[in-house]
Every structure is written in structure tokens, then in C-alpha cells.
Design a protein around this ligand. Structure first.
Ligand SMILES: *[C@@H]1O[C@H](CO)[C@@H](O)[C@H](O)[C@H]1NC(C)=O
Ligand SMILES: *[C@@H]1O[C@H](CO)[C@@H](O)[C@H](O)[C@H]1NC(C)=O
Ligand SMILES: *[C@@H]1O[C@H](CO)[C@@H](O)[C@H](O)[C@H]1NC(C)=O
Ligand SMILES: *[C@@H]1O[C@H](CO)[C@@H](O)[C@H](O)[C@H]1NC(C)=O
Ligand SMILES: *[C@@H]1O[C@H](CO)[C@@H](O)[C@H](O)[C@H]1NC(C)=O
Ligand SMILES: *[C@@H]1O[C@H](CO)[C@@H](O)[C@H](O)[C@H]1NC(C)=O
Length: 502
């Protein structure tokens, strides 16, 4: 009956409803066009000097320059804002042509590679077929030319180096769900005794405001060096959300625009289990880029090989739950990586990974280096799927989890030890905390696989992970006292500490 009334009302008021909806759409479009677009055009087209000219002017003791030749925090912020605006303009100027792409092929493509875990495909066949990506040779040649021009136009490290300094960790977070997950990364770094400063990057003002109170609390109450940043302070991205993969562009851009010269990026669910700082001075870190392998067979398209002369004999995809970068060695490649992500969902995710299992930002980091023919390091040992289980031996999956496990990624320096646990399912959040209390869940399993160990020991890590979760669920601004998570976690911590003898 109620449905009927509602339907009748809709019919009766259809016209005015339609007019007001249309009116709203027109106003919204005009608003975004005038306000967002023109503010960006005014900004990027303004008389502000280009960053490279500004920083490369060679004036000794320019405003904001410190004795070590680096810019002060304020001057660095303005410089990186200018960089964000400059590269946004560059990326827009060098939009890859959609007309050059063979749409028939694009429609057929995903069905060739598939998105199932166990789907096998003949890589050679797919790679050969990928030469149909462009409509014709002319389109493919002009793409090649455009890319060469872009690579020449990208600002050099020398022209921007003053804006970046120090070492640190970048965490991308911001959504409601991630706001109680990322603190586990920061808190584990603290447990491990790491003093690296942390920048948490969000996409816009709304996410920034959501993330700030937790960061402030970690800073003031636990004394951590931690700050929050919004990408929208550096670039004016209009999120179209044509694809769920669009959000991935935040990662490369955050790494690029962060104030650090050397940085390690962690996903908000990728928890380090050893102090990550050791990587910066390691032999493996010398190239300035470390990536870790993912599960899947590589599907880098032959078009990439032809356009940039990239070696695609690489056998696995990489993942980007953790990435180490040294901008001194990899600045230009990182800009290129950001460009690949800027045009990722509509172009490069298809081009780079054939829309296969690795699609997304994950492979764009090493590919950025490869197109510049620079060295990079991919950890030689495949990741280990480490399955979460309950103390009585049942697997998490049996306890209601859909896809159980963490990706144990190895220490590049010593591949017998785990470096980070990418705890993707289950994640360490409230809902899981409620379940963990109930099921006595365990993450850091005893060394039961060959040559898999934790420098700190499984019990130590388990205890600290839960202790940190207890802080989030019982003490933090995100605690939820209507849930039983806090009490459940407390019990777990008591029994773990007893076992550890602390
Ligand atoms: C476009 O792709 C389809 C499907 O792969 C292919 O059959 C066709 O030859 C391609 N067209 C051109 C102009 O390359
Ligand atoms: C792919 O192309 C190469 C040369 O372009 C050829 O030697 C090879 O047989 C092709 N593979 C398949 C599966 O078509
Ligand atoms: C383990 O404990 C869970 C409840 O916590 C129970 O459902 C399951 O049957 C137990 N498994 C074994 C093997 O005892
Ligand atoms: C484990 O380590 C031993 C010696 O340290 C080595 O001989 C063996 O090949 C390693 N096995 C694996 C699977 O890495
Ligand atoms: C590598 O790690 C394993 C496990 O922690 C340890 O036994 C071994 O001594 C380490 N090797 C080196 C060279 O440090
Ligand atoms: C708090 O926890 C309860 C019980 O799980 C849940 O229903 C509620 O949505 C949570 N509140 C917030 C703000 O997350």
C-alpha cells in the first residue's frame, strides 16, 4: 500500500520532480565547472614561476633555505604544492589519446586474461595479441613520440631536490574503514623502536578531518612524529570514480609529494615486523627502488615493450603494499609512475597489465624505473601466504572469514625473515576485533614453514599487535564502547603477556 502511494506521488509530481532534479544537475555541473576548474586554471596558469625555474635559480640563501641547502618546512610545502600543480598540468597536457586505442580489442581483452586466481593463460599468445591495442601503426608511433616528449619534460631531481629531505614512512589512509586500521602500522613501528617520522596521506579535506584526531592523539599522548596531509592541498583532482581502481593513484602521488627524500610506503593494512629503516642503507636499496612480488603471473603487454623498450620477461607481478623509494635515484621514474596512475583506469592499467590480476598501481612502480632504464630491486623470494588461525588449530576461514591469510613479505636483506605482514584478510579492525576476542585468533604463526622466521619472534609480535589493537579499541578517539571489542582484546593481551613472560 505504501509503495503504491509513493508510486502515485511520483507519477503525480513527476514533472516538478524531473525539473528540480535537472535543475540541480545543471547547477552542480556549472558549480564544479566554474569553481573547481577555473580555480585550477587560475592557479596553474598564474604567474607563479615553474618550480624548476624557481628552485633552480641558484640564488644563494633564497627565502626559506636552510644551511644544509634544503628548504624550511614552510618553503618546502609551497614548493611541493607548486610541483603538484606543475605535474598535474603536465599530465593533463600529455593525456594519452583515447582515439588511438582499438576499442574492440579493449572490450575483448579482459576475457582473455581473466580475474580468477587460478586462471591460466598463454602469456605469449596474450602478449602477441596486445599488439592490437592501438588502431594502427600511426597511432602507436605517435604514442611513442608523445611518451618520449613527456619523459623529456618531466622535471629533473636536480631542479627539485631542495624541497625534499630526510627519511620517513608514508601511509595512505582516509576512508572510514581505514581510519582504525592504519594506526596499527604506526603503533607497530613504535613497538619495534623505529623513530622514522610518519606522514599519513588522504585524498581530500573530508578524509583529512577524519584522520587528524587519531594522528594528533598518537602525537600528543604517545609522542610519535606523525602528520596528516591532503592531496587536495597539492592538486585539484576531480574524482570521477569511473572505476574502483581510480583511488590507487593516491599512493604514487603521496609518495612523490611527501616531504621525504627517502621513503617507505605502507598500505594501512601492511604491518612492518622489523624496523624498516635498515633498507635505506642496504645493498638491496642502492638502486633506490625496492618492490615485493605479488601472487600473479606477469601480464605486462608487448605494447609496453615496444613503446619504451622495456624488458617484459619478468615472471611475476609486484604488489605495492610496501614500496621503498629514494627520490635521489628514482625521482623522474616516480613522476612517470604517477602519470601511469593518473591515466590508470582508462588507459595504463589496461596497457601495463592487460587488465589481468596485477591490474592497478602495483606494477607501475618498477615499470616507471624500467622505462627510464634504471635499476630497481625486486625481492627475490616469493611471498608466503600465512594463514590466520585460532589457537585450537582451526583456520580463520572456518571461523567465518572469506579469504584467510596475510601476505608475508620477506626482508630484502635476509630472505629467511619476514619484513612485513600485509594483513589483508582479515584486517585489524573493530569488526575483526570482536571476532578475534571470540575466536582467539592468531596471526604470527610459529615458524612452521621452511626458512620463514620473524626476527622478533612470533609471540612477541602477536602480543604487540594485540596490545596496539587494545589501545585503538579501548583508549583511542575511535574506541567504540558499545562494542565488546575492547573487553575481548584485553583478555587476549593478558594471556599473551603471560605466555611471553612480560
Ligand atoms: C582491433 O582488435 C580486434 C580484436 O582483437 C582485432 O581483430 C582487429 O584487427 C583490431 N583492429 C585493428 C585496426 O587493429
Ligand atoms: C608471438 O610472436 C612471436 C614473434 O613475434 C612468435 O615467434 C611467437 O610464435 C608468437 N607466439 C604465439 C603464441 O603466437
Ligand atoms: C575451535 O574453536 C571454535 C570456537 O572458538 C570451534 O567452533 C571449533 O569447533 C574448534 N575447533 C576444534 C578443532 O576444536
Ligand atoms: C632454507 O635454508 C637452507 C640453509 O639455510 C637452504 O639450504 C635451503 O635451500 C633453504 N630453503 C628454502 C626453501 O629457501
Ligand atoms: C637471516 O635470518 C635468519 C633467521 O632470523 C638468521 O638465523 C640468520 O642468521 C640471518 N642471516 C644473516 C646473514 O643475518
Ligand atoms: C560500535 O560497535 C557496534 C557493535 O559492533 C556497532 O553496531 C556500531 O556500528 C559501532 N559504532 C561505530 C560508530 O562504529
Amino acid at each position: 500500500m505504501r509503495n503504491f502511494v509513493a508510486a502515485a506521488l511520483c507519477v503525480r509530481y513527476k514533472k516538478p520532480l524531473l525539473i528540480s532534479v535537472l535543475g540541480f544537475v545543471v547547477v552542480a555541473v556549472l558549480y564544479s565547472w566554474v569553481i573547481l576548474d577555473s580555480s585550477f586554471l587560475t592557479y596553474s596558469g598564474s604567474k607563479l614561476p615553474k618550480l624548476s625555474e624557481w628552485l633552480g635559480s641558484g640564488q644563494a640563501g633564497m627565502a626559506g633555505e636552510k644551511s644544509d641547502g634544503k628548504l624550511s618546512a614552510d618553503a618546502s610545502f609551497s614548493a611541493r604544492q607548486q610541483l603538484g600543480s606543475d605535474i598535474q598540468r603536465l599530465f593533463v597536457d600529455y593525456e594519452p589519446s583515447a582515439d588511438a586505442v582499438n576499442q574492440t580489442f579493449l572490450e575483448k581483452w579482459p576475457t582473455m586474461v581473466g580475474f580468477q586466481l587460478d586462471k591460466k593463460f598463454n602469456y605469449d599468445e596474450v602478449a602477441n595479441a596486445s599488439t592490437n591495442f592501438f588502431v594502427d601503426d600511426e597511432a602507436s608511433e605517435s604514442f611513442k613520440k608523445q611518451q618520449q616528449e613527456l619523459m623529456n619534460a618531466i622535471p629533473s631531481w636536480a631542479s627539485v631536490s631542495k624541497a625534499f629531505s630526510g627519511r620517513g614512512v608514508v601511509i595512505c589512509a582516509g576512508s572510514y574503514d581505514l581510519s582504525r586500521i592504519w594506526p596499527n602500522v604506526a603503533l607497530m613501528m613504535r613497538s619495534l623502536g623505529s623513530s622514522l617520522p610518519i606522514e599519513v596521506w588522504t585524498k581530500d579535506e573530508e578524509e583529512y578531518s577524519r584522520t587528524l584526531p587519531m594522528a594528533n592523539q598518537l602525537r600528543t599522548e604517545l609522542g610519535m612524529t606523525i602528520s596528516v596531509h591532503a592531496l587536495s592541498d597539492y592538486m585539484s583532482i576531480v574524482w570521477a570514480f569511473v572505476s574502483v581502481t581510480e583511488i590507487y593513484k593516491v599512493k604514487a602521488l603521496s609518495l612523490l609529494l611527501s616531504s621525504f627524500e627517502e621513503a617507505i610506503l605502507f598500505d594501512s593494512d601492511s604491518v612492518p615486523v622489523m624496523d624498516p629503516e635498515v633498507l635505506f642503507d642496504s645493498e638491496e636499496g642502492k638502486s633506490g627502488l625496492i618492490q615485493w612480488p605479488d601472487f600473479w603471473t606477469n601480464s605486462l603487454s608487448k605494447v609496453m615493450h615496444d613503446a619504451y623498450d622495456v624488458d617484459y620477461s619478468f615472471t611475476r607481478t609486484c604488489e605495492s603494499g610496501q614500496v621503498m623509494i629514494d627520490k635521489k635515484k628514482q625521482f623522474e621514474p616516480l613522476v612517470m609512475t604517477s602519470y601511469f596512475n593518473w591515466w590508470g583506469p582508462t588507459f595504463f592499467y589496461k596497457l601495463i597489465n592487460l587488465d589481468g590480476m596485477g591490474a592497478g598501481d602495483k606494477d607501475t612502480f618498477w615499470v616507471g624505473s624500467a622505462v627510464y632504464h634504471r635499476d630497481y630491486h625486486v625481492v627475490g623470494r616469493a611471498l608466503e601466504l600465512i594463514t590466520a588461525k585460532k589457537h585450537n588449530g582451526s583456520l580463520w576461514k572456518e571461523a567465518g572469514g572469506v579469504f584467510n591469510g596475510a601476505m608475508g613479505q620477506f626482508n630484502p636483506i635476509n630472505t629467511s625473515e619476514i619484513f612485513t605482514m600485509h594483513l589483508h584478510a582479515p584486517k585489524i579492525n573493530l569488526q575483526a576485533a570482536e571476532l578475534y576476542g571470540q575466536y582467539d585468533l592468531q596471526f604470527f604463526l610459529p615458524e612452521e614453514k621452511q626458512n620463514v622466521s620473524y626476527a622478533k619472534g612470533a609471540l612477541w609480535l602477536e602480543t604487540h599487535l594485540w596490545e596496539n589493537l587494545q589501545w585503538v579499541e579501548c583508549e583511542s578517539v575511535h574506541r567504540n564502547l558499545t562494542s565488546n571489542a575492547c573487553e575481548g582484546v584485553k583478555e587476549r593481551v593478558i594471556s599473551l603477556r603471560e605466555a611471553l613472560g612480560e
